[in-house]
Design a protein around this ligand. Structure first.
Ligand SMILES: Nc1ncnc2c1ncn2[C@@H]1O[C@H](COP(=O)(O)OP(=O)(O)OP(=O)(O)O)[C@@H](O)[C@H]1O
Ligand SMILES: Nc1nc2c(c(=O)[nH]1)N=C(CO)CN2
Length: 181
């Protein structure tokens, strides 16, 4: 009888898989923080940088909507290939956030550094500790615009083409002057 490979074993086998990370900062030296975060990701064993987007700037979005009185954000998107599992990659993202002064306080509070996993090899997960794709990516121009800039063909699993999603929400980001990662 033909053996059908065990799905769990296939899923846990380590292989290089693509992931999309969204970086944000609205406290401290925002450009330097994003620059250091990209360097830290690239120095993480099992993570290979594939592309780093231009940096965009936008008004802080708070639970009550855009907040002009809060410090503005710089955002960027990084494409990686990784041998890590999704949870391991999230743990590395949290480690790097912590090493750059991130304090977890209120929801959508101001922060030195935020690293979210937007997509991990098209996986879908409803786990609140790691929801994939990121449940708010489709409505965030500050994620979609830099992502589109590094991958014009990009698609958000289950939601469609990034170009179409960005056109639907409207691009309220501007290029960050003088910041390169
Ligand atoms: N795709 C994901 N990427 C990063 N964190 C996630 C993801 N899905 C769930 N989480 C969980 O969300 C928790 C809160 O993360 P964080 O403090 O970065 O949220 P936030 O940046 O304030 O809000 P948002 O998730 O809307 O960007 C994390 O501890 C993490 O376990
Ligand atoms: N402009 C902007 N606003 C935000 C951002 C962000 O990265 N950029 N991140 C948030 C929580 O992750 C909440 N609001």
């Amino acid at each position: 009888m033909m053996r059908i490979p065990d799905r769990d074993r296939l899923d846990t086998a380590r292989r290089l898989r693509p992931a999309v990370l969204a970086l944000g900062s609205n406290l401290g030296d925002r450009g330097e923080l994003l620059h250091d975060a990209v360097a830290a990701l690239g120095a993480t064993p099992g993570v290979e940088l594939r592309a780093v987007s231009p940096v965009v700037e936008s008004v802080a979005v708070k639970p009550g909507g855009a907040d002009e009185s809060a410090p503005r954000y710089l955002n960027a998107v990084v494409l990686v290939d990784t041998l890590l599992t999704p949870r391991e990659l999230l743990a590395e993202a949290h480690r790097i956030e912590g090493e750059h002064g991130r304090v977890r306080a209120e929801r959508w509070g101001d922060r030195t550094l935020d690293i979210d996993i937007v997509d991990f090899d098209g996986l879908e997960s409803a786990d609140p500790e790691l929801t994939l794709p990121h449940p708010r990516a489709a409505e965030r121009a500050f994620v979609l615009a830099p992502w589109l800039a590094v991958d014009p063909e990009a698609e958000l699993p289950g939601a469609g083409r990034v170009a179409t999603l960005l056109a639907a929400v409207g691009d309220d980001t501007v290029p960050a002057q003088g910041v390169e990662l």
